[in-house]
Design a protein around this ligand. Structure first.
Ligand code: 6MZ
Length: 381
């Protein structure tokens, strides 16, 4: 390697490390999309040995690196076969938090679809209890889940700032996802479950699922399949985030913008009028670069709508979507923004810090997170 190449490699390494060291806020991470490949393979092997699946077939699917949108959803069905029993749900929830904390994510909203599975004796509630059990089982990292009745925010804030303690600290909050395949009554059950679990770390509702099959949200909203559930969440003061514009479905995008949720995920395929409307509504956007490029929502990193929204000073936050499925991390998403759009360290820091405004947690948490960034600024800039 000549001196110039060595210099470039060192600069890449230095930037990657800086992106890892940067405190980060993750607002769009699906639990079952964030599972480690090693864990999926281990679970697949186990089910293969029991004759439930053919391990070699599943192994190839798990290890494949590029996936279209329909392939992703086929894969989720497979993941759900692998992960849906209480102990496994607990395990993956624990591992996902550990993995985000290792990336210096200081605030994490995990979203997951509560699942009924009679064969496993699982209800939506018992599924969520298993998730929470996993969050509580994290040992390497100090997890703040419930707010003041679990560990005081003041304590956590001082611990987050504490250079002496080696343990990493992370706020974790839960969003309950409604899958587009669900019925009105199942969607309402999910919102009611969120209400029931507000004192246990649940702070919001997400609408997600395969945007290309089943009922589109415009039908859904028009035919009032999900509207009652989303409206119920709104009435109960539960923040809502909706997957929007993963595919170019004009009526759906219109309906979502009209609903005006607290945040939107993706917003890839908007037309000029819709972009204008989004920008005038100032709804914060969860940007998922790698996911959008891999699934075709954006033509390339360079042409990703991040640039337009960022230049328009639209509220946004970088997110992973499915870090396991797309082999990415939040640090990597910041690195991609730096290298693709030429943001400076100062601008990246600002971007990470601004995401604090869009968290669904309360002002006490926001204040504590702002302190974390203030402290990190001295070290990183
Ligand atoms: C839409 C997505 C998604 O809930 O089982 N999900 N929905 N678009 C995406 N972009 C690629 N990625 C994940 O996590 C998996 C579920 O999250 C939703 C899908 O409904 C998927 O089944 P949980 O933890």
């Amino acid at each position: 390697m000549d001196t110039e190449t060595e210099g470039k490699a060192a600069a890449v390494e230095e930037m990657r490390e800086w992106c890892v060291a940067l405190p980060k806020v993750e607002l769009h991470a699906h639990l079952n999309g964030s599972v480690r490949n090693s864990t999926l393979l281990e679970l697949a092997k186990h089910l293969g040995d029991k004759g439930v699946i053919v391990f070699e077939d599943v192994k190839d699917v798990i290890m494949k690196s590029d996936r279209s949108l329909p392939e992703c959803f086929k894969l989720f069905d497979l993941f759900h076969i692998l992960t849906t029993d209480h102990d496994t749900v607990t395990r993956i929830a624990k591992e996902v938090v550990e993995d985000f904390a290792a990336e210096n994510v200081v605030y994490l909203e995990i979203r997951t679809t509560p699942k009924n599975n009679e064969a496993k004796g699982m209800t939506k509630r018992s599924y969520m209890d298993a998730v929470i059990k996993g969050l509580k089982a994290v040992e390497d990292v100090d997890v703040e889940l419930f707010g003041s009745n679990f560990r005081t925010n003041e304590t956590l804030s001082s611990k987050l700032l504490d250079g002496v303690t080696k343990k990493k600290k992370i706020y974790v909050r839960l969003l309950l996802s409604i899958d587009r395949r669900e019925t009105t009554s199942a969607a309402l059950d999910t919102v009611n479950l969120a209400v029931e679990m507000m004192d246990q770390g649940v702070i919001g509702i997400d609408l997600s699922g395969n945007p290309v099959v089943g009922e589109c949200i415009c039908n859904v909203l028009c035919r009032e399949t999900y509207l009652p559930a989303l409206q119920h969440a709104k009435n109960m003061g539960i923040p809502v985030t909706i997957h929007c514009g993963e595919v170019a479905n004009r009526k759906e995008i219109q309906a979502v913008l009209d609903f005006c949720p607290q945040r939107l995920g993706h917003v890839c395929c908007l037309n000029d009028v819709e972009w204008k409307k989004l920008k005038s509504l100032m709804i914060p956007v969860e940007i998922c670069l790698t996911s959008n490029v891999m699934t075709g929502g954006a033509p390339s990193l360079e042409l990703h709508h991040f640039a337009d929204l960022y230049n328009a000073k639209h509220p946004l936050s970088l997110c992973t979507d499915d870090s396991g499925l797309f082999s990415t991390s939040l640090s990597n998403e910041y690195y991609l923004v730096a290298t693709t759009f030429g943001l400076s360290k100062f601008e990246l820091f600002q971007l990470a810090q601004d995401a604090v405004q869009f968290v669904f947690a309360d002002d006490v948490v926001k204040k504590s997170l702002k302190e974390v960034f203030k402290h990190a600024e001295k070290r990183l800039l």
